[in-house]
Design a protein around this ligand. Sequence first.
Ligand SMILES: C=C(O[C@@H]1C=C(C(=O)O)C=C[C@H]1O)C(=O)O
Length: 451
Amino acid sequence: MDRTSGEKGLAAGVPPSDGEASTDLVSYSRELEDVSLRAIVDDTARSRIQWAAPDGLEIAGRGTAVRFTATGADRFTALRTQADTTFDSLTHNGPRVARPRAFGGFAFHDTHDPTPPWSGFEAASFVVPRLSVTRSPDGDTWLTAVDTDPDAATDRLAEWAHTLAETPPMQPVGSRPGVASTRRPTSPAAWADGVTAALDRIDGGDLTKVVLAQSLSVRLAEPIEVPDTLERLRREYPNCYRFLLNQEGSGTFFGAPPEQLVSKRGDRVDTEALAGSVPRGETPEADDEHAERMLDDDKLRHEHDLVVDAIRTQLAPFADDLTVADRTIRRLATIQHLHTPIAATIDADSHVLELVEALHPTPAVGGVPPDIAWQTIRRTEPFDRGWYAAPIGWFDGDGDGEFAVGLRSGVATDETVTLFAGNGIVADSDPAEEWDEVQLKFRPVLDQLKR
Ligand SMILES: C=C(O[C@@H]1C=C(C(=O)O)C=C[C@H]1O)C(=O)O
């Protein structure tokens, strides 16, 4: 079987001009027994996506039925205009859970000009895969094919149903590639200088909070299998998102973010503030001590509340009945955070991309006020954030969707993985403590690279 068959064409995210063949898409789904999603994202795919959310929804896709890209300050609206045109003329034959979705993300900065390791990652880029497997939170598994040619979609469904039935359902976890060497664009001294300059600005009164990040470039001893790495991350971080995004000619951006940016389902909106970090303890008592300290620490509470307040303000023009739950502790394998769930209702006709635009970046990854924080980030960080800390997720033809914040992540290119991690700086932050917390945030991906 030619597994790449039907992955060559690309329907443009714009309406066809007169005289051209129709680019209307059709989608067919078929239910499967439980299968491994791994074969879908093997390296014979020209482009691949993987998405898993803490609620249990899991999707793997390959090939490109249609791609939407946009750049500049109006990238959210431009992208939506393209997607609306495509989804309006798409017919889906199958259950709602297996409907076509567009997967992708945005660069952190809207003026993003992709340079390595971010080559191929535009300021906004989404694909509707030609073939995908969806595992619903209820445990049903569906295969979906999307194409401009109904016969090609039907044939692809039959071919892949057969291939997947013959593939063992266990997901392989592979082995860690090993680290040959590492490189840090930010030295401890440069970090201390950057944090001190930010603290001066905070003292001066024009900045309240800024999240400063570092990158860590890891040259691998062996090639990496990103889908296997994600499978190992599932075991270590079961309550986090997991994603993989790769286009023909680009690296593979992947990670296990703990933070939801926003989800919209009909008129229901969910988001959260996740900011303020302490380590895990060696014993349950030490763990609790760290958590208690975080709950009582004025600086960390202030840092966290700035995020809650900003989300409230940024959602207010769209949402009604906004409810902010009690602040709790979110415990992950290597770190703990202050966490506040936030929910609201919204006009069901609005689009999740409007919410993404309104919320990105929250002060959990940007700062307060946003414009001075962006300027400080640009001046201080000696690397391109690319898609790190930016919205990563999916949306559908109804404007529903879910986005995580692209944290605890890295971009794999050839034999290198470039990792990113940051921490919130407010008055009274200590450069050495902030350095240590950033190192904790490299660990989810870094631990999966080291032998
Ligand atoms: C910026 C990162 O994490 C964010 C910043 C946090 C903080 O400043 O305490 C905590 C969680 C995230 O919202 C990262 O993981 O790189």
